[in-house]
Design a protein around this ligand. Structure first.
Ligand code: ATP
Ligand code: MG
Length: 448
């Protein structure tokens, strides 16, 4: 009954879209060929259209194709309900309770299919005290679905059968002018969902698009609204920023917009540590490079880097207070993680790896006897070594130490034997030495 009503109201043929207010851009103009979209997303749009529904590739993928970039993933929007989508495909499952989407699988590719939605008018919407919309899962038509999206560049629909683009908000021209512009009134849209402010900065930095001035202007005065957003969502958004492959560009953009303070606690950690700035920047650059090289990146490694100088400071303080080095390091790690958990909402699942990376750092100093061989054999050696290299690069650890380990890893047994340092300090001697600072870098740190 509801389904019939839904179809009656919104229609279900492709003509419906053409009769609407969309500006239709033909292939001859935009030049995005059907072959440019992934195999699975083509199968999904073909399957839905063959079953009589509208189906389009939407959002970031269309934008990226127009910008000559490689889309990360392909999302499809349709007028079919999640149940109807599921019925069309053999391998499909409905996910999400509030915001129901369908994942359709072809081979090892998964396509996210969402039913057209509409934004609920502000006066009818369920919001928090600051105007943030809490519920936005009402179905709608294509035009309404375009209007609820964030930026004009993200609001385009590509039909792989006709190779036409449907544009309701001048997104095509904005992309051609390399401009990221909010759909509708930016202040209203930021109030509805403050995360859009972060998306504005992240996407403009990542895509090298300039932020339209009316879109950028309200951010400075509205950034406090971010503190009302649930922590888990902010954490996800922050992770997207840090792992966008353009983390350094994002940070620079925030700085240039004077947004680097009070936007997000995680950013404050990154940008407000004078001792660690060089190290954190090296870590972000390294992460960007790894993403460019299509190497895996681990959030835990990045968090370990972001918090390292805090750990160092506490570690030094504990040692100065008479704790033994390794005991002091354990205490410092717990203290920093506890403090940051409250502030940054870094999930506990990253703790183990972060601690392993930190705990292996003092072991790089031990270069005699069997210890280097044992360290080399550990599964976490590689991550810890990459971390050491960042410490060397930022000047906190001795460059010579990084070079030693570089050679030790790759050389033959004879050379390794030659390389082992004479100071094979036994446990007794080590305890004595432990009263002294462990490395030049540490010794320079202020002890508070
Ligand atoms: P990326 O390349 O980083 O994935 P994206 O634009 O595809 O960028 P997604 O988070 O994958 O970002 O979102 C997909 C689409 O959903 C966006 O293009 C946009 O149309 C819409 N969207 C996402 N987040 C919001 C939001 N907070 N408000 C309105 N629309 C949004
Ligand atoms: Mg996307």
């Amino acid at each position: 009954m509801i389904k019939r009503l839904f179809k009656k109201v919104f229609g279900k043929s492709r003509k419906a879209a053409k009769a609407s207010k969309a500006h239709v851009i033909p292939f001859q103009q935009h030049k995005v060929a059907r072959e440019g979209i992934s195999y699975a997303s083509r199968r999904v749009t073909d399957g839905l259209q063959a079953a009589g529904f509208q189906a389009y590739v939407v959002g970031g993928a269309v934008r990226d194709l127009l910008l000559d970039r490689h889309p990360k993933d392909f999302d499809v929007a349709t007028d079919a309900t999640p149940e109807e989508v599921k019925r069309v495909f053999r391998r499909a499952r409905i996910i999400g309770r509030r915001f129901r989407l369908v994942h359709v699988m072809f081979g090892d590719e998964t396509v996210e299919v969402s039913t057209f939605r509409r934004a609920i008018e502000a006066e009818d919407a369920e919001t928090d005290a600051h105007g943030r919309i809490l519920r936005d899962n009402e179905f709608g038509d294509q035009e309404q679905d375009a209007a609820r999206r964030d930026f004009t560049a993200n609001g385009l629909f590509y039909d792989p059968s006709s190779q036409e683009i449907f544009d309701y908000h001048n997104g095509y021209a904005d992309i051609r002018a390399n401009t990221l512009r909010m759909i509708g009134d930016p202040e209203v849209r930021y109030r509805e969902d403050p995360v859009r402010m972060l998306r504005a900065v992240r996407l403009s930095a990542k895509l090298g698009m300039k932020l339209d001035s009316a879109t950028a202007a309200p951010i400075a005065k509205m950034k406090e609204l971010l503190s009302n957003v649930p922590e888990a969502r902010l954490f996800d958004e922050m992770l997207k920023l840090l792992l966008s492959g353009h983390a350094l560009a994002c940070i620079k953009k925030l700085r240039s917009m004077h947004l680097h303070h009070g936007m997000l606690p995680m950013l404050d950690v990154i940008l407000e540590q004078p001792m660690g700035e060089k190290f954190v920047m090296a870590a972000l650059q390294n992460t960007d490079q790894r993403i460019a090289d299509e190497k895996p990146t681990s959030p835990a490694f990045l968090f370990a880097a972001l918090l390292w100088h805090e750990v160092l400071t506490v570690w030094n303080a504990k040692q100065a207070a008479g704790e033994k080095p390794i005991g002091a390091l354990h205490l410092a790690m717990e203290e920093v993680l506890d403090r940051q958990r409250a502030k940054l909402a870094i999930p506990r699942r990253y703790d183990t790896v972060m601690k392993e990376i930190w705990l292996l750092q003092p072991r790089f100093e031990q270069r005699g006897g069997q210890r280097p061989f044992r360290l080399l054999a550990l599964p976490r050696f590689r991550a810890a070594y990459d971390f050491l290299l960042l410490r060397c690069e930022s000047g906190e650890a001795d460059k010579e130490l990084g070079k030693w380990w570089e050679e030790f890893q790759h050389t033959n047994e004879d050379r390794r034997a030659e390389m082992l340092l004479a100071d094979t300090a036994g446990p007794k001697k080590r305890r004595k030495r432990s009263r002294k600072p462990k490395s030049a870098g540490q010794a320079e740190l202020p002890i508070d």
